[in-house]
Ligand binder design. Structure first.
Ligand code: GLN
Length: 428
């Protein structure tokens, strides 16, 4: 490595065709300059925002260095960089436990304008490695706002950076695939050190679920508020007992299940299938969760033991574990799906749903045994987005029917789970 540095001061020089291959040896440094009113400028000599200078570096494993300004916590953090194309819902995103080990880069350039409230959290903690944004709102304005995004992240020890060229990084991730990065505000750490950290860390094969799952079972009763009462398909007055495996479960999955009439017991990821059977639930939910589904064989075993015995619904990681338990294979995608605008075709009725997605792995449909139906397909790349087997009483989605703040097109699938449980209940 020769440590050669190249500084680019404008956005436009950095978003043309990618100049690096993954793991190339040379460093190149990118900064974004702003005039004092915050406008981008390519002209030499334009002042940075007067109240803060670049104080953070994001070093990617391909050797590129992105100078930025920090907010939230300070320090040094390693993680995988993924881009999220959602226009709204940054608070739900930063509290989604499935982002453990990842830096979320928002392609929407303006973040933080509605601040943070305590009703939209998807979990009690933030597990993501950090947040990467183009522009941090200098004011917050919303009737529900309780604090600023920066204060919220700082209290939870999560690093954030802004004034970084998020378009250029996104294009690079699309070309080269996901990249590991190190974010640092520590001047004592050299570029070489940070690069070495990024190249020696990996997210593949790591059990990230054990760090985000609950430690003991608990009951969940909260429902979604009345503005969610747009859809009563499949609901009835019965109560269904559901055991929900917490692989990093998002609260809105629990709230939606409760609103559809479920009494839920949330159990840790390592909860034995035999204990679940003793509880005699009407259905089992396998939740979303972070990381590589191949790194949690104990969870696949639990799913295997329950298949065919109880109606099952898998969401995201739950869908991938179900795919493996059925004998199928999962693989890592180039840069995954992260955003609130993914079109999915429901192959059973031909309808297209706009969905919220967050995953880097997918089930290979060709590896699945006969009798397992692919029910949904992602229309951006044709990947498998849903599975079902009526014989084995199971259904699953690779994406998020509970999506908050939305879209809500797929919410009806909770009604389908209720119907699946009901069919078994009436037989009993
Ligand atoms: N949201 C999730 O459950 C993510 C699933 C899995 N961790 C993936 O990245 O594919």
């Amino acid at each position: 490595m020769d440590g050669c540095l190249r500084i680019h001061n404008t956005v436009s020089t950095t978003i043309t065709s990618p100049v690096f291959s993954k793991k190339s040896a040379n460093f190149r440094v990118f900064t974004v300059k702003c005039s004092s009113d915050g406008a981008l400028s390519g002209a030499a000599g334009v002042a940075e925002r007067p109240w803060k200078v670049a104080d953070a570096r994001l070093v990617l494993e391909d050797g590129s260095i992105w100078k930025a300004k920090s907010f939230g916590a300070r320090g040094t953090q390693v993680g995988e960089v993924v881009f999220n194309t959602s226009l709204t819902g940054y608070q739900e995103i930063i509290t989604d436990p499935s982002y453990a080990g990842q830096f979320v880069l928002m392609t929407n350039p303006h973040i933080g304008n509605t601040g943070v409230n305590f009703g939209d959290e998807e979990s009690m903690q933030c597990f993501l490695a950090g947040l990467v944004i183009r522009s941090l709102s200098i004011s917050t304005s919303n009737w529900r706002c309780k604090e600023t995004l920066g204060d919220y992240l700082a209290e939870r020890n999560i690093m954030g950076i802004y004034d970084v060229d998020t378009r250029a990084i996104t294009r690079r991730l699309r070309e080269d695939g996901s990249l590991i990065g190190v974010l640092s505000t520590e001047n004592s750490k050299s570029d070489e050190e940070l690069l070495e950290m990024s190249r020696t860390w990996d997210i593949v094969g790591v059990d990230l679920i054990s760090g985000v799952s609950c430690k003991s079972p608990y009951e969940w009763i909260d429902r979604t508020a009345s503005d969610w009462e747009f859809n009563d398909n499949g609901r009835n007055k019965e109560t269904y007992n559901v055991v929900a495996y917490d692989f990093g479960i998002k609260h809105n999955i629990l709230r939606r299940l409760a609103s559809y009439g479920c009494k839920i017991t949330v159990v840790p990821s390592t909860w034995p299938a035999s204990e679940t059977l003793k509880m005699k639930p009407d259905g089992v939910l396998f939740s979303n969760g972070p990381g590589d589904p191949s790194a949690v064989p104990y969870a696949v075993e639990a799913v295997k033991e329950l298949i065919g015995k109880i109606p099952i619904f898998g969401i995201c990681m739950g869908h991938q574990l179900l795919g493996q338990a059925l004998g199928g294979k999962t693989f890592k995608m180039k840069f995954g799906h992260h955003g609130g605008n993914h079109p999915v075709r429901n192959l059973r009725n031909g309808c297209v749903e706009i969905s919220a997605q967050n995953h880097n792995y997918a089930v290979d449909p060709k590896s699945l045994p006969e009798g397992v139906e692919v029910t949904h397909v992602n229309l951006n790349d044709g990947s498998c987005a849903g599975l079902a087997s009526s014989k084995m009483k199971l259904m699953s989605l690779q994406y998020h029917p509970e999506a908050s703040p939305g879209p809500h097109d797929s919410d009806i699938v909770f009604g389908e789970f209720i119907q699946l449980m009901n069919q078994e209940k009436v037989k009993a």
